[in-house]
Design a protein. Structure first.
Lengths: 115, 114
């Protein structure tokens, strides 16, 4: 069975600081990887996803993530955060082709950015 | 734009009541999902459906049932609500049984059982 770990449960930053949120998964085969974001009072929405090709994926609002297969990781990064990035961030993974299409979610990371 | 709508944003019910949560998507997605979201626990899958009248249990199906009579609509039923079912319930849909497609989420229903 696949599992997802998000090691940072709460992160507090000042504006312009750099951000890196960790995501590790356990599954031995091909995977599809996602980061979702939930802004206060809004619904969950996709930030970015990886399923093949370039392991460095760029998403909306200046976010990017790097898939490192050898480390089973898909960390989310942003070079300079803004107050509007305050939100909860979820990493999700599902098995690739031939496997289950049902994603497993991490427990989420709450990010607070102080102006 | 894909739209997933849920029948209520907030709901207050009494212990023992039967509760219906409705979800509708407008993009002809095959897959639909019900999750509950609790602080520190992330999203936990209750049930999912990959076709009309098809349903599969997720990780925490106890105390819940679902119905999918039409492709666009997926209902979650709490047969006899209990206080430990107080939570945020999220509906999602996705295209096809191919894991490369992301999920689209509704706004959520915050259910309080008293």
């Amino acid at each position: 069975a696949q599992s997802v770990s998000q090691h940072n449960h709460h992160v507090i930053l000042s504006e312009a600081a750099s951000l890196e949120l960790g995501c590790n998964y356990s599954y031995g085969g091909t995977v599809n990887l996602f980061w979702y974001v939930q802004y206060p009072g809004q619904h969950l929405q996709l930030l970015l996803k990886y399923f093949s090709g370039d392991p460095l994926v760029k998403g909306i609002k200046g976010f990017e993530a790097e898939f490192i297969k050898s480390k089973f990781s898909f960390n989310l990064r942003k070079p300079s955060v803004q107050w509007s990035d305050t939100a909860e961030y979820f990493c999700a993974v599902n098995a690739g082709r031939g496997g289950s299409y049902i994603p497993t979610f991490g427990r989420g990371t709450s990010l607070i950015v102080h102006p | 734009d894909v739209k997933v709508t849920q029948s209520s944003r907030y709901l207050v019910k009494r212990t023992g009541e039967k509760v219906f949560l409705e979800c509708v998507q407008d993009m002809d997605h095959e897959n639909m999902f019900w999750y509950r979201q609790d602080p520190g626990l992330g999203l936990r899958l209750i049930y999912f459906s990959y076709d009309v009248k098809m349903k599969e249990k997720g990780d925490i199906p106890e105390g819940y049932s679902v119905s999918r009579e039409k492709k666009e609509r997926f209902s979650l039923i709490l047969e006899s609500a209990s206080t430990n079912q107080t939570s945020m319930y999220l509906c999602a849909s996705s295209l096809r049984r191919d894991g490369t497609y992301e999920q689209y989420f509704g706004p959520g229903t915050r259910l309080t059982v008293t």
